[in-house]
Design a protein. Structure first.
Length: 334
């Protein structure tokens, strides 16, 4: 169909769900294609890397990586905008989007593949999604293969026996911070319409909410957060973005969380890569956090710093970032 986008994705991929939610919000004609072996040839026409989501555009080009996908499509279809008009709020939204993609994914991925109950549940869903017509015996074999493969990848997000208690603490603290922000009836992070930050963070928490351990946590401690995650599956423009003065009482604690955990970790990760280190340790509240550095995040941190530098008038933004403990991390060169 002319003007149609095609999204190759997976229901178990937060980045796929993020992009699909964005297309739904923009009202763009699109088709969701569950990534499976039978569409491999078509998928490979557009995929430079073997990842989802991969988007085939109406002019037959391929787009990959959820953030660039959204930024590219937003430039072509700017209304309704996902960026607040206030430059300070627009940057804060981009900061939360990056935080969701990188730190939120750490929390989700660790819990999905740590406890046996979560491993078994996630592997079974992935097996059935990838082979919907397989026999029970074939599904069981595929489940075992997926479980073995995915449980060996925890080091990528710093998941280990040493960091497991810390990650669980980070997860619960995040839910407890977000719950008051939505409990009063606020629909999205910055008001009555979704922002860039909503798409990045909600998708990670939505995926976590489908797994046994995190589902129990979020249902018990964050029912309003769960409502937001569900709402973000088909987000709507229900009104304007709010001003910082209205948002600050409950959004400032989230930014302070970013300043306590995400940005110190980001800085340490970038420094470790620059020094050629195989592993790094960063002192975070609760104890030292140790993991191997991530190349992709060092690039995305540099892009976030460039976005900060591009804000023409930083006076209001700097005041917010300074109070949250974020400013110095964004001013420093990688």
């Amino acid at each position: 169909m002319a003007g149609e986008y095609r999204i190759f994705g997976s229901e178990m991929s937060p980045y796929s769900v993020k992009v699909r939610a964005y297309f739904r919000y923009k009202g763009l004609t699109h088709v969701w294609i569950a990534r499976r072996a039978e569409n491999d040839e078509d998928y490979r026409r557009y995929a430079r890397l073997p990842i989802v989501p991969t988007v085939a555009t109406p002019d037959d080009a391929g787009l990959q990586d959820s953030t660039p996908i959204i930024e590219t499509v937003e430039a072509a279809h700017p209304e309704p905008s996902i960026h607040p008009d206030d430059p300070a709020l627009a940057f804060l939204s981009a900061l939360i989007e990056e935080f969701g993609d990188e730190w939120g994914n750490k929390l989700m991925f660790h819990h999905r593949w740590w406890a046996p109950v979560d491993q078994d549940a996630a592997a079974l869903v992935l097996a059935r999604l990838s082979a919907p017509f397989a026999t029970p015996e074939e599904v069981a074999a595929r489940q075992a293969m997926i479980k073995q493969r995915m449980t060996g990848r925890g080091g990528f997000v710093g998941s280990s026996a040493a960091t497991a208690p810390l990650i669980s603490r980070y997860w619960l603290e995040l839910i407890d911070i977000l719950e008051p922000h939505f409990a009063g009836g606020r629909r999205y992070l910055f008001g009555a319409r979704p922002s860039f930050g909503d798409f990045g963070l909600s998708a990670q928490l939505y995926e976590a909410s489908m797994d046994p351990t995190c589902s129990a946590d979020i249902r018990a401690r964050g029912p309003a957060v769960l409502g937001w995650c569900q709402r973000m599956l088909e987000p709507r423009n229900d009104g304007p973005f709010e001003r910082w003065e209205a948002l600050a009482p409950t959004l400032a604690p989230l930014l302070a969380y970013v300043g306590r955990y995400f940005l110190p970790w980001s800085k340490a990760n970038a420094a470790a890569l620059a020094a050629g280190e195989a592993e790094f340790s960063v002192d975070l509240p609760g104890g030292a956090y140790v993991q191997a550095p991530q190349k992709y995040h060092a690039k995305s941190l540099a892009a976030l710093r460039a976005r900060y530098q591009a804000v023409a008038d930083k006076s209001a933004l700097d005041a917010i970032l300074r109070e949250a403990g974020c400013l110095d991390y964004l001013r420093q060169a990688s």
